[in-house]
Design a protein around this ligand. Structure first.
Ligand code: MRU
Length: 344
């Protein structure tokens, strides 16, 4: 079986090393790795989605902070200024801000020390993989049966995390137990994380999988071909409202209509319990070009009006359970999510 891919890693020592990112914009056509020796360029890679997925951008931000603490970069701008550029690189996934806060706490306690920052970034990566494996176990236990058909949305696998994945980790764990009949991945317009990235991961690991266009979900559910849905999250509010890739909300509504369980897999680092509801979550608006063009080829007339919110918010009431590394939270989320966080 193919090795689990490492989308974000560090190469070299703390003082002179580089951040290495798998260039996800080129997948599945090319597997290319890019080196970053400048924190501003690393922030640009997050904005431009060389690296994407909530935990992966948190990890990239932590490595970006190591770059910001290197002598060659401190000569160009202060650590704080560079860290601010990293923090501002994308707004919705709270993992990015969680990682920046963690870095700031470390610097406040230990002073500016690239070595300590590299240890911290590596710890974030290790903890993320452990959380994903725990979520995999908790999530697999929620879905009974010997031949389970799971639907997922966007990409939440090794490409979106330090490794293994959140929602895709749950699917991997069901597969590891020999109970996965099939994983269905929605294409995920407009950026095609499902067809380009999730199908790439599943196919290279020979996990039984089928690609659906986003508008096939209702018909597949009505035909009785989906047993459960599991998706990831970019930010989960106190009441369970969950921001995730645009289109997730629609899948949840359709699942509710058909009585199909809809699970969110999100590590504690994705919870933002300071937000009472999803109405407060900032939703990133991305370029119209990502909707009107596919790899530079126009799929819409020039000069038209386009909307491109990159995320939507699924109300907590549509979510059967939120799988964390500490266990599965269920409604009322105002009580269960703080309890999960307190265990961490
Ligand atoms: O715009 P993206 O590709 O960064 O969006 C990714 C998602 O919405 C994922 O579902 C989410 O970050 C969870 S990744 C484990």
């Amino acid at each position: 079986m193919a090795e689990i891919v490492e989308a974000v890693r560090w190469q070299g020592d703390a003082a002179t090393g580089v951040l290495v990112l798998l260039e996800q914009r080129l997948l599945p056509l090319e597997e290319t790795y890019l080196n970053y020796d400048c924190p501003i360029a690393a922030a640009g890679a997050i904005t431009e989605m060389v690296v994407r997925g909530a935990p992966a951008i948190g990890l990239a931000a932590a490595y970006g902070a190591v770059l910001a603490a290197q002598p060659r970069n401190l000569a160009k701008q202060s650590f704080e200024a560079a860290l601010q550029v990293i923090a501002d690189s994308r707004p919705t996934a709270v993992n990015l801000h969680w990682a920046v806060d963690r870095v700031q706490r470390l610097v406040a306690a230990r002073g500016l020390d690239a070595e300590a920052l590299l240890d911290e970034a590596r710890a974030i990566g290790r903890e993320d993989i452990a959380a994903n494996r725990a979520m995999g176990d908790f999530g697999a236990a929620l879905v009974p049966g010997a031949a389970v058909r799971m639907l997922t949305y966007c990409n939440t696998g090794s490409l979106a995390t330090a490794g293994y994945g959140t929602a895709l980790g749950v699917i991997r764990s069901i597969h590891a137990q020999g109970r996965l009949a099939r994983a269905y991945a929605c294409e995920t317009r407009p950026y095609l994380q499902g067809s380009r990235l999730t199908m790439w991961e599943l196919h290279r690991e020979e996990i039984p999988s089928t690609l659906l266009t986003d508008n096939m979900v209702a018909a597949m559910m009505r035909a009785g071909e989906i047993d459960a849905v599991v998706v990831g999250a970019d930010r989960v509010a106190l009441n369970g409202d969950t921001a995730n890739k645009i289109g997730t909300y629609g899948v949840a509504v359709i699942a509710k209509h058909h009585g199909i369980p809809f699970y969110v897999a999100a590590p504690i680092s994705t919870l933002d319990l300071s937000m009472a509801s999803g109405a407060l979550i900032p939703i990133e608006e991305r370029s119209a070009k990502e909707v009107t063009e596919v790899r530079g080829v126009a799929v819409a007339p020039p000069g038209i009006s386009v909307r491109h919110p990159a995320f939507d918010v699924t109300p907590g009431e549509l979510i059967t359970g939120i799988i964390t590394e500490q266990g599965v939270a269920t409604a009322p989320y105002e009580a269960s999510l703080p309890a999960m966080k307190a265990r961490a």
